[in-house]
Write a protein that binds this ligand. Structure first.
Ligand SMILES: NC(=O)c1ccc[n+]([C@@H]2O[C@H](COP(=O)([O-])OP(=O)(O)OC[C@H]3O[C@@H](n4cnc5c(N)ncnc54)[C@H](OP(=O)(O)O)[C@@H]3O)[C@@H](O)[C@H]2O)c1
Length: 260
């Protein structure tokens, strides 16, 4: 997918990884639709990217904010599904409604949004879907069970869609190099407001947080090169692979070296 001239909807564009991604994509010539709740922050990103602001609170299932957002965004070539919320602590102490809210924002809203945007992409024979998941969804993390489950759901959703959709490389349904690409993004610890907002700051020294701009560059490259999955930092692929290939060994190492 050539980003120059492509119309890209970024959810979570008001802060952190989403805002950095908007700036990176804009620098590569993309036309942006910026979504989030914080209109002042969105206006700040719009001022730097020339993007169109379409505010939406994705936490309210009764109002169907995804449908409203899809209509107001119009035809988009690329969806960067980045909006997300976290909560950390023992599950039995989680306040009522927190799980439902995280599932709604992190997973359900983006599934709905995809369902609404995909027909247009298929009709135009061009599109790319990017899901910002987390290493928590790939290996599980103690005291982040629901958050990890939402991200595991996104990873399975993306992987399954990639099998289902016409491939961009020309080996797909139409054989012309048209198609809809799908990328899972698997960040580790990123230096954003995420931890403060979830109510528990990140206090470990290792792994050291990476800047959101690094995730943004990985997302832009993944869209341009149709990558199925990107880990940021790249070494995170190793624990994810170990967890998949030898879960017993992974658990033993995790017990020995601390978290997850
Ligand atoms: N930071 C990390 O270490 C890390 C690691 C792995 C994965 N991730 C994932 O990366 C994504 C971006 O997080 P971040 O680190 O950039 O954190 P962030 O700075 O807190 O950004 C979160 C974004 O999600 C949006 N959002 C949250 N709740 C929303 C809602 N109900 N409706 C609409 N938008 C909502 C926020 O918009 P408003 O502020 O406008 O409400 C904000 O733009 C999340 O999906 C997160 O799970 C983060």
């Amino acid at each position: 997918m050539r980003l120059a001239g492509a119309r890209v909807l970024v959810t979570g564009a008001s802060s952190g990884i989403g805002a950095a991604t908007a700036l990176e994509l804009s620098a590569r010539g993309a036309r942006l639709v910026l979504s989030g709740r914080d209109q002042e922050a969105l206006a700040g990103v719009a001022a730097r990217t020339g993007g169109q602001v379409v505010p939406a609170d994705l936490s309210d299932p009764s109002a169907d904010p995804s449908a409203d957002l899809a209509v107001r965004a119009g035809p988009v070539d690329v969806l960067v599904a980045c909006a997300g919320e976290g909560w950390s602590g023992p599950l039995d102490r989680m306040p009522g409604g927190t799980a439902e809210r995280m599932i709604e924002v992190n997973l359900t809203a983006h599934v709905r949004l995809t369902r609404l945007l995909l027909p247009g992409m298929l009709e135009r024979g061009r599109g790319h879907l990017v899901y910002v998941a987390s290493i928590a969804g790939a290996v599980g993390v103690r005291e982040e069970a629901v958050y990890a489950a939402t991200k595991a759901g996104l990873l399975a959703f993306a992987e399954s869609l990639r099998y289902e959709l016409p491939a961009v490389d020309g080996n797909g349904v139409d054989g012309n190099g048209n198609g809809v690409g799908v990328t899972s993004v698997v960040p580790g610890v990123v230096d954003t407001a995420f931890f403060a907002r979830r109510g528990r700051p990140y206090t470990r020294r290792r792994p050291a947080p990476v800047p959101p701009e690094r995730v943004a560059r990985a997302i832009a490259a993944a869209v341009e090169r149709d990558r199925a999955e990107v880990y940021v930092p790249a070494w995170l692929r190793l624990p994810a692979r170990l967890h998949g290939a030898a879960p017993g060994a992974f658990r033993a190492l995790a017990r020995r070296f601390g978290r997850p």
